[in-house]
Ligand binder design. Structure first.
Ligand code: TYC
Length: 106
């Protein structure tokens, strides 16, 4: 049967081109928001645990959020970004910290 990706060789045999690659998925930034009450150590622990960052990267991001009001923890596909946001909010709530975390399209 004919197919748009079919190529017929001069020998008469036909082969199929590779399927076109899937589109790149939309990516989302996960952001942390500053507040006056969440301890700095807690934010660093969150960054290490949930975003698998090093101590140095975590301190740097926490300080950026602390001084600038918000900061990017990472860029992920929608599903992963949603999971990370949910995990941050869950832990913050569990420890009764007002830490806020959101996602936005890149
Ligand atoms: N501003 C907080 C403090 O002084 C620290 C903090 C940093 C809180 C980052 C939230 O996302 C945050 N304890």
């Amino acid at each position: 049967m004919s197919n748009s990706r079919e190529i017929t060789r001069s020998s008469g045999t036909s082969v199929e081109e590779a399927k076109p690659r899937l589109k790149k998925p939309r990516m989302y930034r996960v952001l942390l928001m500053n507040d006056d009450y969440t301890p700095m150590e807690f934010v660093v622990r969150i960054l290490r645990k949930i975003f698998r960052l090093t101590e140095e990267q975590s301190v740097q991001i926490m300080l950026k959020v602390h001084t600038e009001g918000s900061g990017v923890c990472g860029v992920f596909t929608a599903e992963i970004a949603e999971t990370r946001v949910r995990e941050v909010l869950g832990l913050a709530r569990e420890h009764q910290h007002p830490l806020k975390c959101t996602m936005e399209p890149e």
